[in-house]
Ligand binder design. Structure first.
Ligand code: ZN
Length: 310
């Protein structure tokens, strides 16, 4: 049997059990676990107007659109624009406009995760006043977040949580990796209404768990407060008793996969590679493709073939 036919049959099978299923919120707004679907994780795009990034991103968008099977949706993983932290208003608007015009060419729904570089004006040298109506995360919320910098949604029996993994640093001169108190309260409520067996995928820009620092700097190396989420233990404790299967991460522009007990922590490289200057160490410009089948999934990292100028 051809793979396409097999998938078509699986989807029809899933539809049958969807009609037969009832019960708790495991499948809110869609079918039950048992369905097969694909989604894509595009992270660390860093789209500056002046670089060849636009050409690269459009190539990645074309590669996503021509995947077979077609993904049901795309999740972006943050650091979508080049840098809004140090940008003045006009520059930030230009970056967001360009990003939105390129990403709108995707032929499926897109859910955006915020990254540190998507925060407008937090670096004091940006010259932006904190009273600016779009200061900080407000520009992202308004343009890409549906009014929020974190959120959740359901799809075919899975629950997806998109985190905001940045807080201002202690001196209010930049960011650190941290999930806010307000968000932890929200997370408890969000999970409360969920059936405990529902498979969950979380997305965070700054990694919750990563061994990259030890890979590059030795076994006793620790992350700086901007490199990983400092209170990831608190976040992960909230998931105890729930079926968290996958945490998709970004920020470091490297491919990595770790498994701790039943949770897989996967860093999906970077669409921009080394900020559009070629591959980052051994990680090519690429994106993550996740194929879900019932409660299980497989992950692959796809190099979409973009090369920087020689
Ligand atoms: Zn980042």
């Amino acid at each position: 049997m051809k793979r396409k036919d097999f998938l078509r049959l699986s989807l029809l099978g899933g539809l049958g059990s969807a009609l037969a299923a009832g019960g708790p919120r495991a499948a809110a707004g869609s079918g039950p676990a048992g369905n097969s679907f694909r989604f894509v994780h595009l992270t660390d795009i860093h789209l500056y107007a002046e670089s060849r990034g636009m050409e690269g991103l459009l190539k990645a968008v074309g590669a996503v659109n021509s995947l077979d099977p077609v993904p049901d949706f795309v999740i972006t993983g943050g650091d979508l624009v080049g840098d809004a932290l140090a940008a003045g208003y006009e520059d930030a608007v230009k970056q967001f406009d360009l990003y939105q015009s390129c990403i709108s060419r995707l032929g499926m729904p897109v859910y955006h995760t915020i990254g540190n570089h998507d925060i407008f004006g937090w670096y004091p040298w940006s010259g932006v006043s904190p009273d600016h109506p779009e200061f900080g995360k407000q520009m992202f919320r308004k343009r890409l977040g549906g009014g929020r910098s974190w959120r959740s949604f359901d799809h075919k029996g899975w629950h997806f949580i998109l985190f905001d993994s940045m807080e201002p640093d202690e001196w209010k001169t930049g960011y650190c990796g941290r999930v806010s108190r307000e968000q932890l309260v929200w997370l408890k409520q969000d999970l409360d209404s969920l059936d405990k067996t529902t498979p969950i995928a979380a997305v965070t820009h700054i990694p919750f768990v990563s061994g990259i620092e030890q890979f590059r700097s030795g076994g006793d190396a620790a992350w700086s407060e901007g490199g990983a989420v400092m209170n990831s233990d608190e976040v992960l404790r909230v998931f105890q008793g729930y079926n968290l299967k996958l945490v998709l991460q970004g920020h470091i522009h490297r491919e990595e996969e770790l498994r701790v007990e039943k949770i897989r922590f996967i860093m999906s490289g970077a669409v921009s590679g080394a900020w559009w200057r070629g591959p980052n160490v051994n990680t090519q410009e690429g994106f993550g493709v996740v194929d879900v089948s019932g409660d299980n999934f497989s992950f692959s990292y796809l190099d979409y073939g973009w090369e920087t100028e020689k």
